[in-house]
Design a protein around this ligand. Sequence first.
Ligand code: G4P
Length: 530
Amino acid sequence: MANLREEIEKRRTFAIISHPDAGKTTLTEKFLLYGGAINLAGTVKGRKSTKHAVSDWMEIEKERGISVTSSVLQFNYDGKCINILDTPGHQDFSEDTYRTLMAADSAVMVIDGAKGVEPQTIKLFKVCVMRHIPIFTFINKFDREARDPYALLDEIEEVLGIRTCPINWPIGCGHNFKGVYDRETEQVSLFHSNAGGKKAVEKEVFDYKDPELPNHISQEYFEKLQEDLEILDGAADAFDEKRVDAGELTPVFFGSALTNFGVETFLQHFLSMTKSPLPRKSDQGMIDPVEEAFSAFVFKIQANMDPKHRDRVAFMRICSGEFDAGMEVNHIQGGRKVKLSQPTQMMADERKIVDKAYGGDIIGVFDPGIFSIGDTLELSNKKFVYEGIPTFAPEHFARVRQIDTMKRKQFLKGVSQIAQEGAIQIFQEYNSGMEEIIVGVVGSLQFEVLTYRLKNEYNVEVRLEMLPYEHIRWIENYTEIDVSAISGTSDMKLVKDLKDRPLLLFAHPWSIGMVLDRNENLKLSEFSRN
Ligand code: G4P
């Protein structure tokens, strides 16, 4: 037990979120570099034509040079065992990204110092807020011209609705980037750009009170720093652990991932400000990570990682206890015991078989087609289930038809399996069966993935007819009202999901309000709990 407690207490499991190009991959590479997981930063995701280290399972990823799937990396640093949940960087990312956030205990939000808060950051941020997890902000690229740091903080507060607490403060930017001031240690780390940040940079640190400091950052920048510190001490929110834990206040760090500046201090502060896995909510109360035997929930299913073997891997977040390879556990939703076989974990750029894992860790296990997103696995016989993972609102819709009508069976099998993995959502006309299939996706790239996979894995060619809808609402109180009698708008469509729950699709956001006005008793929701 002592060992189990120790193992769990050293775990930190977080997701990195950002808008593409803000520097998420670069920051992850630098983290791994400090963890000693790789010798040379720059190998996590061979950009463009080079190596795709972690998730090279699909041609689309290779062709496009992007990562469609999210992956998990584990490394050790300073006595802590860190799990990073990487989320796909491409703007056409899928629902998987949202689900990945369900498995994280905290999130690191990377923001480009020149661009500020960008659309995708907002979307991902909303999911973090829904979960009330701590969010840490790394404002990147200060080695380039960046926006005024006060303006960046204001934007985070206004657009994202979270208070900010700068932990360090930049001195200049771009050609005049002098370094950062650490508000806790009252020290200035001087910035020296180096050869692309391949190696850990040599640090030069001065006490704020050191009379030598102005000589290094210039009198002008020193005076500006003095002024800034006065303003910050007077006006910025103070660090408050409780508010950070509740996701109300985000500690903010400035730095430059590419030149490896401010990355290690960020990691150190981050580790000291975050907590090991906390108890998690189930239908039988909170489940303590140490007291309870093994339990986990499935948050992602990935098919055909190896196209030769038609395999499926279910990724699960361990919430409590210890995992032993080959152990038999209760699969609550399936109603039987299952053996968790071929457990794998990602370590930097390789996939390895694990024989032990602990609360906080993420493992992928072989899935013979029995798991669904949100399923609970546990050893205790209490048969509790973890809170479901919400179905997120798709934003793109298409009618999908197979070209060869003889292949109806394969077509239905293919779309159903892909939907079960959670890559797409399937809808049907409200008053008919499977004749007409409407597919909804969170990121439009998923349409390409669907077409590709149906052809390659199920030998079915399909034609997609794009539909104009962009907004979806589940009808919450459908058992209480007459759904067919809803008074709609001309851009609205009534459909149902695979569980026969009715939903409304809208082309324009304002129609949602109009329909609510016209139907007093109607209750709509953006998410659906599985
Ligand atoms: P992402 O995963 O969030 O999409 O971003 P990624 O790390 O791939 O970084 C996007 C681009 O921004 C890369 O340049 C990267 O080198 C650059 N970058 C990341 N951090 C910093 C930083 O601190 N300072 C500066 N100046 N640039 C940074 P690229 O030209 O698109 O790719 P590459 O050809 O350099 O690999």
